[in-house]
Design a protein around this ligand. Structure first.
Ligand code: AP5
Length: 229
């Protein structure tokens, strides 16, 4: 964990905005390890609900497989549940949330109720064409969730997770080229307007996420240290 986490006197709350493949999950996991913040990925929470066969998961499954957005009602219920957990008090990195203006307004209200706010909404700026390749080549360790890519981030030993030694790798059902294009369309239609929403609140920061994973990591580290004060 980095020195900045030890000196922080209040929680730092960050949003990672960006289309599928922008690197939200990759960077959220790095920030979690470095600064002790908690990654809250609505995609992961929804996939867990689908796997558990809950009512919310049953309703979300087909929508996610098609690449469309799950209803605000379902997503907000799942996120509110998670935000009630104690660890969230350490500060959060929202990965894949909010995705609509209604979700952004609900988040503002939720944080305000506990006297908190968003310290930075970080827009990971990328080119759509490259995202299809990034997402189609992605795979993760089934045991610990560490993310890899066929070209950009391969395990040191083929088929073995660098982090936990797991040997089962998995790919997401919605990571095919056709669904990625639908997900990109959903991003531009429903989520990209949030860039103006957070710019209007003076909390927007943009990062060139076409750069390498380590360069993006360095840019985010600078931002976290600045907002942590
Ligand atoms: P979600 O799970 O949030 O997926 P997503 O937004 O489509 O984002 P991804 O996880 O695909 O991409 P990422 O930005 O995390 O990229 P990653 O770091 O893995 O959502 C899935 C679905 O759930 C949605 O379609 C929707 O149906 C539903 N949903 C979720 N939240 C919702 C909400 N709030 N409201 C409504 N519906 C919701 O990187 C991708 C690959 O690229 C990796 O292999 C990585 O190694 C590689 N990579 C990362 N950075 C770089 C780099 N800088 N250079 C080269 N390679 C890189």
């Amino acid at each position: 964990m980095d020195g900045a986490s030890a000196t922080r006197t209040r929680p730092v709350n960050l949003i990672l905005l960006g289309p599928p493949g922008a690197g939200k999950g990759t960077q959220a996991r790095i920030l979690e390890e470095k600064f002790g913040l908690v990654q809250l990925s609505t995609g992961d929470l929804l996939r867990a609900a689908v796997a558990a066969g809950t009512e919310a998961g049953k309703a979300a499954k087909a929508v996610m497989e098609a690449g469309d957005l799950v209803s605000d009602e379902i997503v907000l219920a799942i996120l509110k549940d998670r935000m009630a957990d104690d660890d969230v008090a350490r500060g959060i990195i929202l990965d894949g949330f909010p995705r609509t203006e209604a979700q952004a307004a609900a988040l503002d209200a939720l944080l305000k109720a506990s006297g908190q706010t968003i310290d930075a909404a970080i827009s990971l700026e990328v080119e759509d064409d490259a995202m299809v390749e990034r997402v189609s080549g992605r795979f993760t360790c089934a045991a610990c969730g560490e993310g890899y890519h066929d070209s950009f981030k391969t395990p040191a030993k083929d088929g073995v997770c660098d982090k936990c030694g797991g040997t089962e790798m998995k790919r997401r059902a919605d990571d095919n080229a056709e669904t990625v294009r639908t997900r990109l369309q959903a991003y531009h239609a429903q989520t990209a307007p949030l860039i103006a929403y957070y710019a209007g609140r003076d909390s927007l920061v943009t990062v060139d996420a076409m750069a390498s994973i380590t360069d993006v990591e360095a840019a985010l580290e600078t931002i976290v240290k600045r907002v942590a004060g």
